[in-house]
Structure formats: structure tokens, C-alpha cells
Ligand binder design. Structure first.
Ligand code: 5AD
Ligand code: SF4
Length: 510
């Protein structure tokens, strides 16, 4: 683990990779671990596709648009295959589409879901060996001049496989002639797709964190909630927690490296289950949160994402008891209508959700609350939607991430009737965002004149403003006298002087 990605100098000259990440923070952090793994395997990271031998996409399929972006990007880069570049698709689209990716983008050589990342070193070696063999057979056999072949059906069973990853090299002698199909270039296919039932997490000591001051730690992977609209349980596999010992060791290691802010990550951090130690001594999520907050050197701890069903009062008590735990909770509601929540299989009612909000509002510090909302879920009536608008008002969120419902493969809601026309979804989204904007304008205004501590994130030279983030997770940009030069990663007191719907502006207190 290190703040600045390092590569193995021996092989640095030979193998380069480019990695582009789509999607959520889980994907961003998975990419940091994938980068660390590749560096350890002797690859060097480059900034452009042009400069890379291996081009990887860590993909997202949470909504249709995210998935489409990946295929657009892949078709954009098709031209590079002639230059001998190797392409890999990682993450949720990889898991969801599986080997179909090879049909849609035949020049892809590696398809790997997130549940198989811990096998990446093995898969990379398989990829390299297969490439070597392919190059050798082109050079040394009489078949060399013949067009290479891709195998689209049944190729896995004919080629050497391990349980969770498999490799195929087009044109190998093991392949039956009947299943061969001539294509433009030699194809190699490595897959890591069969791990959705695994109990193992992707733990690595080689995480290449991109920010030297604040970093993520995954505490739980996968999801067992199966909300009716959500593809995550199918793409990220079943829920599995790391041990609290391993999480705390990583937190201490980060603190030793100078990190002061940690964000604990998981699709549903509240259902964290420690498997280490005697049953009575295992840590609940709230206890783990508090323990991370007590690691010497750590000044801020955040967590994402919470599920209302599993969100306990003990989390609010931990925030009350441990000052380093940030006063911000992201609690996705999805809808303000109990009828819709039931259809979405969210396992709570509007009233139960509001009960959790009441716990937070009774906390000693003001807790900033943010949420996710889906509009236009099948069957959502005007009055269901109005209940969502009312809920925004009642809770008073500091940010809302709102999405039009997007039907996803494999999910139960795919079969639901009463689809809402896209124009109506768009209309509801506009209304919701307009409403939330008004709420935020009023909420952010209240900060004017108050003093907040920010973590300095950098400087916007054009505006002569420093960028900062409050413990509430609000952006607070600020000016400072020329004599003061607040450094990224340091903490500074700022007085808020004006507000916008999504950010605050202030002056450094000197
Ligand atoms: N359509 C629209 N939004 C979705 N989300 C998850 N699945 C879908 C879907 N099929 C949203 C939820 C979730 C956030 C990460 O993405 O609001 O909380
Ligand atoms: Fe998806 Fe629901 Fe799991 Fe969140 S809790 S990842 S919305 S299935």
C-alpha cells in the first residue's frame, strides 16, 4: 500500500496498462486495488490508451446509461487492436454480460467480475503465457500463415481451466475444427466470472491509493438484499465481510502512512458481520466504526452506503461518542411511498425510515443526511411521487442523488408491468430536482456566519480559491491571505461567507 503508485522496475519497460473506471466509489476503490496488483505484477501505469499495451475498463451496470458508456468506449478503441493492444473488461458489466462480451467486442481478451479480482495475478499470467504461446505458434508452425481462430461455443470445456478462471487461445490444437470461426486477429480469452458464491474478499496489501490524505477501505463486499430493481447482487455476488482485525490493521497502516481520513465502503455497510474471534467479541458495524475512529492519527471517518433496514441506533450513538466519526450519513430512501418501497422490496416502510431520521436528528451534533431516490419505478402513481416530494421536505436532505428507473437484466422488477413512460420519468426527475434545489438553497444558507473545519483538497488557481471539505461532506471553497498557504491534506478553520445550492464559500480564519 502506498500513496504514490510504484512499479516493479525490472519489468517496467515492457508492460504498460491504462485503466479507466466507471461508476461508484466501490469501483474507484476496486481500481486502486487492481492498479496495485498490476504494479506488483510488473506493469507500469500510463495515462493514455495510446501508450498502453493492456487497456482495462472497470465497468458499471447499475443503470442502462452506465453500461452503454462501456460499449461505446470499447467500440471507440477497436481501432487499437491492429496495434497489438490487449483489452480487458472488469467489474459489473463483465460479470453481467460474461462471455457475451467476446461476441460484442471480439478483440477483448480478459473478462473479469469483481468477485474474481483476487485471482487477477493468476489471470494476468495466463494472459501473458497465452500471448506468448500464440506469438510463438505464429512464428514457428506451418499454420502460422493461416488465419487464427476464435471459439465462441464450448471453448471453455476444451481448454485448460481452473474453477474460477479459464483461458482459451484461439487456434490451439485442442480446439475442434467444427467450432472454429475465422476472425481478423489471434484471440485469447481469459475469464474470471464464476465467483459470485465466494466467501472471500479482495484483500491486497498493494492498494495504489490515488489520494495521499484520504482513502477508502472496503469492509463488506456483495449484497444479499435483492432490491427489485438492483443488479448489484448479481454482479458483485453474495454479501461477505472482512474481519475487523484485517480492517483495523489496514486503518492503522494508512494512519502510519499519513492518511487522516478513512471512508469505510460496502454496498450495505450496516449488515457488516465480523467473523473474527469468539462470537461475543465480534464487532458490530457501529463498534468497528468507533474502533476505526479511535486509530491514532485518524481525524475523519465516513461510511457508505447504509441500508435503512439494517441502520441501527447504535450508529448514531457511535457518532455521538466518537468525535472523529463524521456527522454525515448517506441513507438511500429510494421512495417516500410505502407502497413503492414494498414493490421495490426495500424491507422498510416510510415510517420506519423516518424513525431512523428521527434518531439522527436527536444526535448531539447536527448530522447531515443525504439520500438516493428512484423516480418512475413501475406502477409509481402521481400520489406515490408526491409522497417522495413530501419526504424530501420532511427530512431536509443536504444532497439527493436521483435517478430515473432503469430496467436491469436479471432483476425481479424487469417483469413488472405498468412501466412509466420515459418522458414522465424525466418530468418527475425535473420536479424532484427543482424541489431539492430549493431545500438545499435554504439549508446551505444557514451556514453563513458559522465556522467550519475543512480538510484542504487543493487550490483553484484561476479563482484564487482553496477547495475544502467539511466533516458534513460539503464543499467549502475559501480564500486566504497571501501569507497563508494551506496545504492539501491539512485541516483549516474557515468562516462561511456565502452559500450556493451545492457548495459554500468562506474565508480562512487566521
Ligand atoms: N434504476 C435506477 N436507479 C437505480 N439505482 C440502483 N439500481 C437502479 C436502477 N435499476 C440507484 C439507487 C441506488 C443507487 C446507487 O443507484 O438509487 O441507491
Ligand atoms: Fe442494490 Fe439494494 Fe443491495 Fe443497495 S441494498 S446494492 S440497492 S440490492
Amino acid at each position: 500500500m502506498s500513496g504514490v503508485p510504484q512499479s516493479n522496475p525490472q519489468a517496467a519497460a515492457q508492460k504498460t496498462f491504462y485503466l479507466e473506471t466507471f461508476g461508484c466509489q466501490m469501483n474507484v476503490h476496486d481500481s486502486e486495488k487492481v492498479v496495485g496488483t498490476l504494479l506488483q505484477e510488473g506493469y507500469r501505469q500510463v495515462e493514455t490508451v495510446e501508450a498502453a499495451d493492456l487497456v482495462l475498463y472497470n465497468t458499471c451496470s447499475i443503470r442502462d446509461k452506465a453500461e452503454q458508456k462501456v460499449f461505446n468506449r470499447l467500440s471507440d478503441y477497436k481501432k487499437y487492436t491492429a496495434q497489438g493492444k490487449t483489452f480487458g473488461v472488469l467489474g459489473c458489466v463483465a460479470q453481467q454480460e460474461g462471455e457475451k462480451i467476446f461476441e460484442r467486442a471480439p478483440y477483448v481478451s480478459l473478462v473479469c467480475g469483481s468477485a474474481s479480482y483476487r485471482k487477477l495475478p493468476e489471470m494476468l499470467r495466463q494472459l501473458e503465457n497465452a500471448q506468448l504461446e500464440s506469438a510463438q505458434s505464429r512464428n514457428t508452425t506451418t499454420e502460422a500463415a493461416a488465419p487464427p481462430f476464435a471459439v465462441f461455443e464450448g471453448w471453455e470445456s476444451m481448454l485448460p481451466t481452473s474453477r474460477d478462471s479459464s483461458v482459451g487461445t484461439a487456434g490451439k490444437s485442442a480446439v475442434k475444427p467444427s467450432s472454429r470461426k475465422p476472425i481478423a486477429d489471434s484471440l485469447i480469452r481469459i475469464t474470471g466470472l464464476d465467483d459470485r458464491e465466494t466467501d472471500a474478499c479482495f484483500e491486497t496489501e498493494f492498494t495504489a491509493r490515488t489520494n495521499p490524505h484520504r482513502g477508502y477501505i472496503t469492509i463488506i463486499e456483495g449484497c444479499d438484499k435483492f432490491c427489485a430493481y438492483c443488479v448489484v447482487p448479481y454482479t458483485r455476488g453474495k454479501e461477505r465481510s472482512r474481519t475487523s482485525q484485517s480492517v483495523l490493521a489496514e486503518a492503522r497502516q494508512m494512519a502510519d502512512l499519513g492518511y487522516t481520513e478513512i471512508q469505510l465502503l460496502g454496498q450495505n455497510v450496516n449488515s457488516y458481520k465480523d467473523s473474527e474471534g469468539k462470537p461475543g467479541l465480534r464487532k458490530s458495524f457501529a463498534e468497528l466504526l468507533a474502533a476505526v475512529g479511535e486509530v491514532p492519527g485518524i481525524r475523519r471517518v465516513r461510511f457508505m452506503t447504509s441500508h435503512p433496514r439494517d441502520f441501527g441506533r447504535d450508529i448514531v450513538e457511535a457518532i455521538d461518542a466518537v468525535p472523529t466519526l463524521c456527522d454525515h450519513v448517506h441513507l438511500p430512501v429510494q421512495s417516500g411511498s410505502t407502497r413503492m418501497l414494498d414493490a421495490m422490496q426495500r424491507l422498510y416502510t416510510r415510517e420506519q425510515y423516518l424513525e431512523r431520521i428521527a434518531w439522527m436528528k436527536a444526535a448531539k451534533r447536527e448530522i447531515s443526511i443525504t439520500t438516493d431516490v428512484i423516480v418512475g419505478f413501475p406502477g409509481e402513481t402521481e400520489s406515490d411521487f408526491v409522497e417522495t416530494l413530501d419526504l424530501l421536505e420532511e427530512v431536509g436532505y443536504d444532497a439527493v442523488f436521483a435517478f430515473k428507473y432503469s430496467p436491469r437484466p436479471n432483476t425481479p422488477s424487469l417483469k413488472l408491468e405498468d412501466a412509466i413512460p420515459d418522458e414522465e420519468k424525466a418530468h418527475r426527475l425535473d420536479l424532484l430536482m427543482a424541489k431539492q434545489r430549493e431545500i438545499q438553497i435554504a439549508r446551505y444558507k444557514k451556514y453563513i456566519g458559522t465556522r467550519c473545519e475543512v480538510m484542504v483538497e487543493g487550490k483553484n488557481e484561476a479563482r484564487s480559491q482553496y477547495m475544502g471539505r467539511t466533516s458534513h461532506n460539503k464543499t467549502l471553497n475559501f480564500t486566504a491571505p497571501p501569507t497563508a498557504t494551506p496545504k492539501p491534506g491539512t485541516y483549516a478553520p474557515v468562516v462561511v461567507t456565502s452559500s450556493f445550492p451545492n457548495s459554500l464559500l468562506g474565508e480562512l480564519v487566521v
